[in-house]
Design a protein around this ligand. Structure first.
Ligand code: FDA
Length: 402
């Protein structure tokens, strides 16, 4: 049997590399195991290849979890600014794109190379590509059974992420280990994902594929002390099967199957009031009036889908009809029949229940020495660099504790 090491980190993605580097640099003997042939594919493809590596405005309010307070400790001890300092130390040129989102100027590969260098500085031993068969617990240590032999270890960190994008190596390994050790799981489901509609219901909107515009989108209830819903102002994209774009990805994380989403296609204008007021002075026909404010292809599609004659003259239309049209534009309410699933989801919502873990160290309360970090945990960020920040913060929390 191989010699006992201090820690085996399973999963060499964002959280796993951060954790391994931190523990290694503290003098811990770290083995990092991953089954993938290529290192950190998710970082590589993130942010369109430029990795939106953090968000400078990160707060715990940017995350979904059964326990919204859980992430607070790790996020406050290793902040977006801490990660930016590391990026600057490696002279990685970067820029802010939108609402605090930081991207590499050149390539996500630079973030991977930086994390690899940090691991090397901590003398982390790489076992990759190596399959993990099982993890067993002995009297005072664990054994990680791999395709290249067993590794006895004092501590095990599960950093195998969520279920999104199975074709680049996502597995349910983290959830299986949690169940094996009797830890609760919050039901995982795809998040930050395009939404789909019933084929027949969507038929009138299929010709709109490719149209993109800034909208307000909301779902659920925004009222009360614990609102279940959310509202975002972002770009929406029509697709052949439904809706996508940042607005929809954001709202998908909050959307409950069977419930509607409401989209305001002209958030800066009360359409019904403007049309009713303009009846006396605007001589144009309906499609020409609306095309001043919305893409004309969208106007044609909307008028058709809602049964309005495009060539109707505004002046001739009853107020009640204009109110109905205003509603269709300012509060278009549609009920998705599902999502594009893990194949297209950027993240997995749910995961290891945070009530099982210490928020300071990420260690399982019932299983000393077993840690869960990153996306395997029931902490899911909004779109915009928050998920990587959680990977860095939770990875660092465990790396400093082991
Ligand atoms: P991650 O998935 O990074 O790593 C898990 C590792 O575990 C992988 O290397 C995998 O091979 C390994 N593994 C899995 N099962 C295993 C097993 N059984 N045995 C051994 N190894 C195993 N976020 C963000 O903040 N900004 C962004 O720009 C983007 N962009 C983006 C684009 C796309 C297309 C996707 C799919 C996702 C994003 N994200 C993102 C989300 C972000 O990539 C994600 O939240 C983090 O990578 C999660 O980090 P983890 O380390 O937890 O898992």
């Amino acid at each position: 049997m191989a010699e006992l090491v201090d820690v085996v980190v399973i999963g060499a993605g964002a959280a796993g590399m951060m954790c391994a580097a931190a523990a290694g640099q503290r003098g811990r003997q770290v083995v990092l195991v991953d089954h993938a042939g290529k290192l950190a594919e998710k970082i590589r493809i993130s942010g369109g290849g430029r990795c939106n590596f953090t968000n400078v405005n990160t707060t715990p309010a940017n995350f979904l979890s059964e326990n919204p307070h859980f992430a607070r400790s790790a996020l406050s001890r290793y902040t977006a600014q801490d990660f930016v300092a590391l990026v600057k130390k490696y002279r990685i040129a970067h820029h802010e794109k939108h609402k605090g989102q930081l991207f590499c100027d050149d390539s996500a590969e630079q973030i991977i190379a930086m994390l690899k260098a940090e691991c090397d500085a901590g003398q982390v031993q790489w076992h990759m590509p190596v399959k993990v068969e099982e993890v067993t617990q002995e009297a005072d240590h664990f054994i990680v059974h791999t395709s290249t032999g067993p590794i006895p270890t004092q501590a095990v960190v599960i950093a195998t992420g969520g279920l999104s994008i199975p074709k680049i190596g996502a597995t349910d390994f983290g959830y299986r280990i949690a169940r094996q050790f009797g830890l609760a799981i919050v039901e995982p489901r795809p998040a930050l994902v395009p939404l789909t509609f019933d084929e027949a219901q969507w038929q009138p909107f299929v010709p709109l594929a490719g149209i993109s515009l800034e909208v307000d989108v909301e779902t659920g209830s925004l009222k009360g002390k614990k609102p279940t819903g959310a509202r975002f102002r972002e770009d929406l994209l029509f697709t052949h099967r439904g809706l996508s774009g940042p607005a929809i990805l954001q709202i998908s994380s909050f959307w409950q199957p069977g419930t509607p989403i409401t989209i305001n296609l002209l958030p800066e204008m009360d359409v019904a009031a403007t049309l009713i007021e303009g009846k006396g002075t605007i001589k144009k026909q309906l499609d020409n009036v609306l095309s001043q404010w919305l893409p004309s292809r969208l106007v044609d599609g909307l008028l058709g889908a809602h049964g309005f004659q495009p060539d109707a003259r505004l002046a001739d239309m009853p107020d009640a009809q204009l109110r109905r049209l205003g509603q269709a534009i300012n509060a278009w309410t549609v009920t998705p029949n599902g999502s594009e699933g893990y194949r297209k989801a950027e993240v997995t919502r749910g995961g290891v229940d945070t009530k099982e873990l210490s928020q300071q160290t990420m260690m399982a309360n019932k299983v000393p020495g077993l840690y869960f970090i990153g996306e395997s945990v029931d902490v899911t960020g909004w779109l915009g660099g928050y998920n990587f920040q959680w990977a860095w913060s939770s990875g660092m929390a465990a790396g400093l504790a082991i």
